[in-house]
Design a binder for this molecule. Structure first.
Ligand SMILES: Nc1nc2c(ncn2[C@@H]2O[C@H](COP(=O)(O)OP(=O)(O)OP(=O)(O)O)[C@@H](O)[C@H]2O)c(=O)[nH]1
Ligand SMILES: [Mg+2]
Length: 561
């Protein structure tokens, strides 16, 4: 099983020398690193075990200014190699690195008490006692990178630990936080990182997030050897044709397209090393990304991290929160939450009750990230998941709004939500056009029925003479009942009279090819203004159109008659 070991420890305590003693490789390759004798960036070296297995070693810098680099290196490792100078004992970054490892959930590892060639037995004894208290349960191996003492012991101890580590991430979709991008002549841009989950094969189509750029993998290497496929836990180098080196770097993640949500928020269980204030500005370290963010506290033990830039995270991911120093960390409960401060929701999520956190519709595919397996206890419609309570509330709300709707038109607009088309069939309402009604409901005009009938009678008597009507309610009522037709300028006519007017026009046009305003007025026996309003309504209805001083039938209308 491929495993990655990461060093940790205070500056100058001998991490890089120890890596060299174990692997034969000097990982301080930058000129500045060699000149200053300190590590600045991450170093990588393959580590051969006695039985021929290979681990990957990541060497991190110890300087307090480079703790963020240490976090990027430590993220995704399986085992730690905590290096303590036997002469100095634990120092500030020994403690800080150890705290970071714990925040990242990296519990297993070994302590190397190094430089034992330089101190007496008593000093070693004291340092060992201190280390035992500091890192309970871990083996402590005395070594010297200078003389080679203890190096084989350390190698076997790492081998023993590697036997026990389990990788549960192979099945998850591919995710590779990029920690380096290099330009290799003939290969183009190559990115490297520890493969968190899934696999990467030559030819694979992946996506760089959060930039959203689709890429195709040309080749995959593990420790400078070409492989068909690299698996979770391995250190890999992936060549990406067509990508400029400057376009990708530490902080980007190579993922299976669409498998992880891109989000500006993370809901986390908070682990505080020091009290973190509401609204504190922090840096959230996630994978190899370092993101400025604000901490919105939720209840006693949760927080919503609101990020300045998006991340692709998954439930269970660990984050480290830093300002000048390491403040604490978090375990992701929801990698793409809405804005909220709902502690109850987070309690449920922490307890693994995903269904209980679902209320309003969310897309099923967005839930894969918080969902260990199939979801039970929630309603489904099309791609949407929601609670039975929510559906009941929606129904209740629509019912209430319909009840208070204008009795002339007792419906409400269909809510314009993306889930509506899928959810509507579950609701006991009737859709008419763009509105919802109680099944079989008809317009009514409480208490004004007499007035309405009087108006209808009046319109009947007026025939094709237009009547001015200011009472909008009455107009809508009779119009909805098919008894009134609106003309322009607030005028109306009875529906029957309008039918007759239309027939007159149709018949005349069929016989004569068209009709003038004067001719229509004579045939209809109305005034000029009434005739004008009727013809305009027929134009608006698409029955006729004006050509010069005549109306002719529109083609559709002509065909229909
Ligand atoms: N005597 C003795 N000196 C050592 C040993 N290992 C390292 N040193 C000394 O310690 C110095 C620092 O060692 P490094 O391995 O560079 O320390 P580091 O922990 O990698 O330092 P940073 O990466 O800057 O945090 C070396 O330059 C050596 O002089 C050892 O086993 N014995
Ligand atoms: Mg070093």
């Amino acid at each position: 099983m491929p495993l990655t070991v990461g060093t940790a420890g205070h500056i100058d305590h001998g991490k890089t020398w120890l890596v060299r003693a174990l692997t034969g490789k000097d990982t301080d390759r930058l000129p500045e690193e060699q000149r200053r004798g300190i590590s600045i960036d991450l170093g990588y070296a393959p580590l051969e075990l006695v039985d021929g297995r290979r681990l990957s070693l990541i060497d991190v810098p110890g300087h307090e200014r480079f703790v963020r680099t240490m976090v990027a290196g430590a993220t995704g490792i399986d085992l730690f190699l905590l290096v303590i100078d036997a002469g100095e004992g634990a120092r500030p970054q020994t403690h800080e690195h150890l705290a970071i490892l714990r925040l990242l959930g990296i519990e297993r590892g070994v302590v190397a008490l190094t430089k034992i060639d330089a101190v007496d037995a008593e000093t070693i004894e004291l340092a060992e006692e201190e280390a035992r208290e500091l890192v309970q349960g871990a083996a402590i191996v005395r070594v010297s990178a200078r003389t080679g003492d203890g190096i084989d012991n350390l190698r076997s101890e790492l081998g023993r630990l590697a036997d026990d580590v389990e990788h549960a991430r192979a099945d998850a979709p591919t995710r590779l936080p990029v920690d380096r991008s290099i330009s290799i002549p003939g290969f183009g841009t190559v990115v490297t990182g520890t493969l968190w989950s899934g696999s990467v094969a030559a030819g694979a189509r992946l996506r760089l997030e959060p930039s959203g750029r689709d890429v195709r993998v040309r080749s995959v290497q593990v420790h400078d050897c070409d492989v068909e496929q690299a698996d979770a836990g391995q250190r890999v180098a992936v060549s990406l044709p067509g990508v400029e080196r400057g376009d990708v770097g530490r902080g980007e993640t190579l993922v299976a397209p669409g498998a992880y949500p891109r989000s500006f928020r993370l809901d986390v269980v908070l682990h505080e090393l020091v009290p973190i204030a509401e609204n504190a500005r922090v840096h959230v370290h996630h994978g190899t990304a370092d993101l400025p963010a604000r901490v919105v506290r939720v209840g006693d033990r949760f927080a919503q991290l609101r990020l300045d830039r998006p991340v692709v995270a998954a439930r269970g991911d660990r984050v480290v929160l830093r300002a000048e120093t390491t403040l604490g960390g978090g375990a992701v409960l929801d990698p793409a939450p809405g804005r909220h401060r709902d502690a109850t929701r987070l309690e449920l999520l922490a307890a693994g009750d995903i269904a209980a956190t679902i209320h309003a519709p969310v897309r099923m595919d967005a839930l894969h990230h918080v969902l260990p397996e199939e979801l039970s206890g929630a309603e489904r419609a099309g791609p949407w998941v929601f609670s039975a309570d929510w559906l009941e509330e929606l129904e209740g709300d629509l019912r209430a709004r319909i009840a208070s709707a204008d009795p002339i038109d007792p419906g409400v607009p269909v809510p314009g939500a993306p889930w509506m088309a899928d959810v509507l069939p579950l609701l006991p309402f009737e859709r008419r056009g763009s509105r919802l009604y109680l099944p079989g409901s008809t317009p009514t005009l409480e208490g004004r029925a007499v007035e309405a009938e009087a108006l209808a009678a009046e319109l009947g008597e007026a025939g094709m003479r237009a009547t001015k009507l200011d009472d909008e309610k009455l107009a809508r009522f009779l119009e909805a009942g098919g008894r009134l037709v609106r003309l322009g300028e607030g005028y109306v006519v009875g529906a029957e009279a309008f039918e007759i007017a239309r027939d007159v026009v149709l018949v005349e046009c069929a016989a004569e090819g068209g009709i003038t305003l004067a001719r229509f007025r004579d045939l209809a026996g109305t005034g000029r203004r009434d005739a004008q309003l009727l013809l305009e309504r027929l134009d608006a209805d698409g029955v006729t159109r004006r050509v010069g001083d005549r109306r002719v039938l529109r083609r559709d209308a002509a065909r229909a008659h």
